[in-house]
Design a protein. Structure first.
Length: 159
């Protein structure tokens, strides 16, 4: 079943690259008592994700934060080392928290997995964005062929 607006997010964990190496972050740590913009990409270093999607959040960081957002987080079914390297490559700094959903477990819990085995990419997560307040989905957009539906401009109504 796919997560929808008004639903509480399921419990789960991610990996993120810290100063001392990989560390785990729980959904409680990420969402409890906070307003978070979470967006997901099918893969780090992929063309649309690297040229358009992630950069839309970095570029609009100040505008998004001005809406009372505590954290902007990017999730992908990649390992923590890839997500850390991609964050450095994209110069996200402290603007976007790079979350590794290494085995795609969280994407599956959300019902937003994307089967790309026929392309040799395995099972990934769909491109989506959501605004989450205290663990509850306030707004959800799923890419159905246009990344713009899930970029910072559409997610946070910046246009």
């Amino acid at each position: 079943m796919t997560i929808k607006q008004g639903d509480k997010l399921p419990a789960g964990t991610f990996k993120t690259m810290g100063a001392e190496g990989p560390k785990e972050i729980s959904t409680d740590d990420l969402f409890k008592g906070k307003k978070v913009v979470l967006f997901s990409v099918p893969g780090a270093f992929t063309p649309t994700c690297s040229k358009e999607h992630l950069p839309s959040y970095v570029k609009n960081y100040d505008k998004v934060k001005a809406q009372g957002v505590d954290t902007i987080a990017c999730m992908s079914v990649n390992d923590v080392f890839v997500m850390g390297a991609w964050g450095k490559d994209q110069n996200v700094g402290d603007k976007v928290l790079m979350l590794a959903d290494g085995s795609g477990d969280y994407a599956k819990k959300l019902g937003l997995e994307l089967d790309l085995r026929d392309k040799g990419l395995g099972v990934r997560g769909k491109r989506f964005s959501m605004i989450v307040k205290d663990g509850v989905v306030e707004k959800l957009s799923v890419d159905e062929g246009k990344y713009e539906l899930t970029g910072a401009e559409a997610t946070c109504s910046l246009n």
